[in-house]
Design a protein around this ligand. Structure first.
Ligand SMILES: [Zn+2]
Length: 120
């Protein structure tokens, strides 16, 4: 799924995480059972997934902001509003996401460029 470069970087992260686990257990994994290892691995994987989701959403929002300067309903220029925090529930846990918001003074509605539609 990933390029060789990403695979190599992931291996570096695995080695760093492994060392951190070992340090937390005074340098030895001898008393750590598979369940405990799986718990740590799952927590690291979930954190990685949330970080990647945050990055992908950020990139998507940047792309959407670049092409959404006019209202999708009436074509009036949109005004920029402060980003809104939107709690997202993902399969890897909750994630706070600050999504961009635009306002159309003609329609008197908010729009969320990254979701492609009008808001509340
Ligand atoms: Zn409008």
């Amino acid at each position: 799924m990933f390029s060789k470069q990403v695979g190599q970087r992931l291996q570096e992260v695995v080695e760093l995480a492994q060392e951190e686990v070992r340090r937390g257990r005074q340098g030895s994994l001898m008393t750590m059972d598979l369940d405990a290892m799986e718990e740590v691995a799952t927590a690291v994987g979930d954190e990685f997934a949330r970080s990647l989701l945050r990055a992908l959403l950020g990139r998507q929002a940047e792309e959407a902001e670049g092409c959404s300067r006019t209202c999708p309903v009436c074509r009036s220029p949109l005004e920029e509003k402060p980003r809104q925090t939107q709690p997202l529930k993902t399969r890897r846990g909750r994630l706070a996401w600050k999504q961009p918001v635009r306002y159309c003074p003609t329609c008197r509605r908010d729009f969320f460029p990254s979701s492609g539609g009008p808001g509340v």
